[in-house]
Design a protein around this ligand. Sequence first.
Ligand SMILES: Cc1cc2nc3c(=O)[nH]c(=O)nc-3n(C[C@H](O)[C@H](O)[C@H](O)COP(=O)(O)OP(=O)(O)OC[C@H]3O[C@@H](n4cnc5c(N)ncnc54)[C@H](O)[C@@H]3O)c2cc1C
Length: 537
Amino acid sequence: MDTDVLVVGAGPTGLMLANQLVRRGVRVLIIDRHAGPSLQTRALGVQARTMEIYSKLGIVDRALELGKRGTGANIWAQGRKMARVPLGEAGQNVTPYPFILVLGQDDNERIMGEKLRDLGMSVQWNTELVGLEQEPGSVTVTLKLPDGTNGKILAAWVAGCDGARSSVRELSGITFPGAPYEHVFFVADVEVTGSMVPDEVNVYLWQQGFHLLFPMRGKDHWRIVGILPPILRDRDDVKFEAVIPSLRNEAGAGLSFKTCTWFSTYRIHHRSASRFRDRRCFLLGDAAHIHSPVGAQGMNTGLQDAYNLAWKLALVVKDQAAVALLDSYEEERVPVARMLLNSTDRAFRLVVSDSRLAGLFRTKILARIAAFAMSRTRIQRFAFGVVSQTGIHYRKGSLSKSLEGLPDSAPRGGDRFPWLRLKFRANGAVEDLFQKLDDTHFSLIVIGQPAPPEGTLDLGDLFRIHVIPVDPINDGELARAQIPQPSFYLVRPDGHIGLCGARLEAAAVKRYISEHLRLGVCGVRTVPGYRAHVGPP
Ligand SMILES: Cc1cc2nc3c(=O)[nH]c(=O)nc-3n(C[C@H](O)[C@H](O)[C@H](O)COP(=O)(O)OP(=O)(O)OC[C@H]3O[C@@H](n4cnc5c(N)ncnc54)[C@H](O)[C@@H]3O)c2cc1C
């Protein structure tokens, strides 16, 4: 076997997957058909859940240093500010990162690429996957190499992180149903002054569409995303100057442009792969789902796909879990992608519909509804959970189990375990739980009851146990997250709850592990003929 996992594509999704696999001791080869990293900014919004993962990877400080924090979004219509969505307040106590980080995709890729190099691995550029054949225990992949010749390698698993035109998807015969939108987007990086609230996202709704202005690093530097006025749609030589009149009209006559450093137009599609896996080949990121950029979710969803798959693949490659564990990747991520597609599609149609009625709704009613909704704390929190991706859960997945005895309001199997600041020792300091959790292991969090006696669980090196003692500070934090005492939570490496219950039952924990991880249970075996390599790349 030449590699445990071949990662095809070194966009954000592939870089995240490669990082996560390498730090878990998996032998990886990451290739990309381009000559080097992309210089296009494309995605711009880094959501809170992504920053939480960046923190575990040790790159969040670099991202925060390079990016700009957007703590709110302002909705404008007909020259008036109609509403402000306060991201910061809604996300307080939910995440250490209650904001959207405005940081270009190129910077995100650079930071992840640097981290990968620190871990001893680099992308093999100018290398394109052009063929694949699946055998029972491996995949034979044909690569077009930098010198133009073709070569074959044998990989145990292939991860298609190769974007919307994915070769892995096409060669696997997986369809990509959906359709293009008729609208044409434009993106521009400009130096401009105007009515925009500084350092926050500004959304200008108008009769025929919208303009989004994102604050960028540097003085008066904004990224503008909008849709081309219908009259410009069919032209392929549109320059930034052509959109200035509509911008002035809708975002305020006071806009004063100094420079435009980048301008591009593009058509978008909404599509989702019919399956995210064909035996030993997986699809992640844009290879699996594409949708409108409304909501700044695309890149973030790809990064979460990678985080979901990485720990499962690593355990299987290291023979620490049965191959059946990998079924849960599709089971968990397909519904997330479908829901995202439906919601961004609905939101997109609402903000771009050409009809006069829709235009009136957009400028007269939508902003008022948003203003009203955002005055309600519960709606604010719900919206923050959706946009920041901290609210994503896998409650219906087969890896998620909640035992009887927990109140309905408590976090359940499949939820992301909440962010808490707790004392881990009586009289100890208050610590950030997310910093304490090791995402290369499962964590058993035992609350308001003693740790299981030594030897009763026998979970080997896959687990870390944290006992949360009874303490007034802990009581307050746990009550805020509606976590009862006593309770216990078995948290997966990706931070989602696998099993939970009230009184810790060693037998239930062991049963959960043997059903979902261990080899040779329920008739499941690792793939014959393949012995995993474990160790540094
Ligand atoms: C204008 C714009 C704005 C956006 N804004 C946002 C935003 O604010 N927030 C957000 O979350 N998302 C946003 N998105 C979406 C985001 O850019 C994508 O979701 C993201 O790039 C997907 O990353 P990926 O790694 O899955 O795919 P890609 O970035 O497309 O990377 C795929 C890689 O695979 C390589 N490749 C392809 N085929 C092969 C092959 N056969 N062999 C080897 N290599 C191959 C390609 O060269 C490429 O480097 C935006 C998109 C656009 C266009």
